[in-house]
Design a protein around this ligand. Structure first.
Ligand code: SAM
Length: 261
């Protein structure tokens, strides 16, 4: 019996499961960590390929079946916890971790932002999410769905939408289409954000009131300084600004602004 409040939709389509394993393509020595293994739909095939795996599952009723079921497939380490309380950095050994998961959709954004906090410990991520969320994550300036999620994720990671998955691939079927996305964190020295909290606030405020110009949307943060000086058109709107320009603007404000983030 699936638990709705835990976002449980179990994959049963073998074709989709193989496509996920193929997309992850584990290589010897990789440090694989799965979020929300559920009944093991992806877990056991990954174990067959890779031999060892760490999983993080919150539902106590699934812990024993997972450990028992894994015996025939390989070595499974089960962490019984809320993934949002797991320090991914502590899971990395000599290799950075590779995260995999058919995520609980009610927690998609918190899990993505939690992963960003640990981006330096993560080599890549393969997640199943609502297709609508994946579209927003991968969107570029000018797209209708380009927004805060696109800019925040793309500032830290390369985001690649891989393939769509219909509701019928799950039991019970979710109400929405799904998609698998790959994210590859940029090298720390490539990110170039001087103050992460300020960057997050600039992006949040810029998209907070979509129809406002950047000058108006950022009037609080930019009090006393002009956006033109940072090299941006003041009449531009957030949905036209490239990720790199948001980074440049927040760094410029850090250096020249008088605000406290
Ligand atoms: N991976 C399985 C599959 O593909 O069939 C299950 C996917 S299901 C969409 C999401 C899984 O995440 C469930 O097993 C659920 O119990 C688990 N989950 C929900 N909230 C969680 C949390 N906060 N921390 C860890 N796991 C969680």
């Amino acid at each position: 019996e699936a638990k709705k409040h835990l976002g449980q939709h179990f994959l049963h389509d073998q074709g989709i499961i193989s496509m996920i394993v193929h997309a992850v393509d584990p290589k010897p020595g990789d440090r694989l960590v799965e979020i929300g293994p559920g009944q093991g739909a992806i877990t056991f095939p990954l174990l067959d390929r890779h031999g060892e795996l760490t999983v993080i599952e919150f539902d106590r009723d699934l812990i024993f079946p997972l450990s028992e079921g894994a015996r025939a497939h390989g070595t499974l380490e089960v962490i019984h916890r809320d993934v949002l309380t797991v320090d991914f950095t502590s899971l990395a050994n000599e290799s950075r971790i590779r995260l995999v998961g058919n995520l609980p959709y009610n927690l998609s954004s918190p899990i993505l932002f939690h992963a960003l906090d640990h981006a330096a410990a993560i080599r890549d991520m393969h997640f199943m999410l609502q297709k609508e969320v994946v579209d927003r994550m991968a969107a570029g300036p000018g797209s209708k769905v380009y927004g805060r999620l696109s800019v925040m994720l793309q500032a830290y990671c390369q985001v690649i939408a891989l393939f769509d998955v219909p509701p019928g691939a799950f039991r019970p079927p979710p109400k929405v289409d799904s998609a698998v996305v790959r994210m590859i964190p940029h090298a720390p020295d490539k990110i170039g954000i001087d103050d992460r909290a300020l960057f997050a606030r600039v992006v949040r405020d810029a998209f907070g009131q979509r129809r406002k110009t950047l000058r108006n949307a950022l009037s609080q943060i930019c009090e006393g300084v002009s956006i033109e000086a940072a090299g941006l058109r003041p009449d531009a709107r957030a949905e036209q600004i490239e990720v790199a320009d948001f980074v440049r603007l927040s760094n410029w404000l850090k250096a020249n602004g008088s605000i406290e983030p």
